[in-house]
Design a protein around this ligand. Structure first.
Ligand code: SF4
Length: 88
């Protein structure tokens, strides 16, 4: 079941109103909120990017890490996450 939530874009100071369709715990669509008093449904490409431009985690078939600067190797799931995690 898809639920729609009203919110606002946090990418810049314009704070455009958005409607976000959520299925389960995942955002599946975002669009400008026509009822927002200032942005009136406008949403720039940055505002649409969180849903349209970033692949779902499950859609990423494989992660890679560099063995040497010229060499890449496929690594699976959790190994890929830990190998590419930023050092603390
Ligand atoms: S949709 Fe674009 S203009 Fe509006 S707040 Fe987001 S980044 Fe700024």
């Amino acid at each position: 079941m898809v639920r729609t939530h009203r919110s606002f874009c946090r990418f810049c100071h314009a704070i455009c109103g958005i409607e976000v369709d959520v299925e389960g715990n995942r955002a599946v669509a975002v669009r400008g909120d026509p009822a927002h008093p200032i942005s009136k449904g406008y949403l720039c490409v940055k505002g649409r990017a969180p849903v349209s431009g970033i692949p779902r985690q499950s859609a990423i078939p494989v992660r890679v890490r560099a063995l040497t600067p010229a060499e890449l190797a496929a690594i699976a799931g959790e190994d890929g996450l830990s190998a590419t995690r930023a050092p603390r």
